[in-house]
Design a protein around this ligand. Structure first.
Ligand code: CP3
Length: 355
């Protein structure tokens, strides 16, 4: 009863709803919604100012700061959605795997997961320790109301497992694939455990006010399509379905995924994130037009002269061809050094575009 009441309330919201959520559901919009992967980050002076006094993890763990960083970036850019400031790796800590960000090195997990015993030792009952993320979302939601879409996020089981096993970023994913192929029972156990924690974590974020959940399978492209299907797809699918059952749309994103888009779409995600390596219309065809897509400007195009930038932005919008269900974004995150005014210019181009 309670849940059907919630569903009705949600449906009403969507009718008035903002254009970002409408586009996730492939409903018609007045103009294409736009936001950017890593829109709050080092390229922005306001973020660098906060970072002078706090580490990345401190910002994530203080809801006041995380909300401020989220809100400042979204307002400065004039985008249609705000992604909560957090990090993919936060769930590792309550699972029993401390990590840190080492300057210029990216994340380091001190005791990587390599054996069945390591997998067995991981906790799955401490997701409430991540409550600072949902408290930050509450503050962002209170600030924006229905004006912007609010995006919660988590990593996909495969991508998070790769960090846990490699102990950080990786080039060849040798340890990950060794466990995947050689000790498939532990591999599946690990993905199950990650899925349990992420499901609870997403529930908290939705309760906090997230309108949409984006699942980052950033490194799915390190897998062949066969390996993706045999070793990663099922865990992603279960997470996608569990989040959808909580009543919000899911965006499922990966990089270098040309050739695996139809497999990714088979998770049932509402929106598939496309990187920039193939034209948006080709990517959308591979995904299937029964799904929405998000993308797919090369983030480095933001360093180009504005006429070149405009040409590429228009190509993407033209490739979408006015079909409901396109969310303009980059193919991957904004990098340090990106001129903020070019990011703002893209927002203007997208908002002013008429087919
Ligand atoms: O606006 C936003 O997108 C900010 C929120 C956000 C962060 N990380 C903050 C962050 C999001 C959505 C993430 C996701 C994330 N984190 C991913 C998936 C997205 C992707 O890029 O595919 C991954 C792989 C991570 C793990 C991670 N976090 C790495 C590998 C690094 C180091 C690389 C780098 O850019 O320095 C981080 C650090 C990190 N997380 C930064 C930010 C803004 C860098 C800035 C800083 O150190 O303050």
């Amino acid at each position: 009863m309670e849940s059907s009441k919630q569903e009705a309330a949600q449906a009403d919201n969507l009718l008035e709803g903002n254009r970002f959520i409408r586009a996730c559901l492939r409903r018609p919009v007045d103009r294409t919604p736009v936001w950017f992967l890593r829109q709050a980050g080092r390229y922005m002076q306001e973020y660098r100012d906060v970072r002078k006094h706090h580490t990345l993890v401190e910002i994530c763990k203080q809801p006041e700061l995380a909300a401020e960083v989220t809100i400042t970036a979204a307002e400065k850019l004039g985008v249609d959605a705000a992604i909560i400031f957090a990090d993919l790796l936060l769930p590792l800590e309550p699972m029993g795997l401390p990590f840190e960000f080492q300057a210029g090195e990216g994340p380091v997990v001190h005791q990587p997961v390599r054996t069945a015993a390591d997998v067995a030792a991981l906790h799955t009952d401490r997701a409430d320790e991540l409550g600072y993320v949902s408290r930050a979302i509450q503050k962002v939601a209170a600030h924006f109301g229905d004006r912007l879409g609010i995006i919660g996020f988590c990593g996909a089981p495969y991508t998070l497992a790769s960090y846990m096993i490699e102990g950080g970023g990786s080039r060849n994913y040798v340890f990950t694939k060794q466990m995947m192929y050689g000790d498939t029972a532990s591999w599946r156990h690990l993905l199950d455990k990650i899925g349990t924690v992420l499901t609870e974590y997403c529930r908290q974020q939705i309760d906090g006010g997230a309108d949409v959940i984006q699942i980052f399978d950033s490194w799915a492209g390190s897998l062949s399509v066969s390996d993706y299907r045999d070793y990663a797809l099922d865990a992603s699918t279960r997470l996608v379905r569990a989040v959808q059952a909580m009543g919000v749309p899911v965006i499922y994103f990966g990089v270098e995924t040309t050739g695996m888009l139809s497999a990714m779409a088979s998770t049932g995600a509402d929106v598939i994130g496309l990187d920039w390596r193939q034209p948006l219309d080709e990517g959308w065809r591979a995904v299937g037009h029964t799904r929405a897509v998000q993308g797919n400007l090369d983030p480095i195009t933001l360093f180009a002269p504005v006429d070149v930038l405009e040409k590429r932005v228009r190509e993407i919008l033209q490739a979408a061809d006015g079909r409901p269900g396109h969310i303009f974004n980059l193919g991957h995150g904004i990098v340090p050094g990106t001129p903020v005014e070019n990011v703002q210019a893209v927002v203007k181009m997208v908002h002013e575009y008429r087919p």
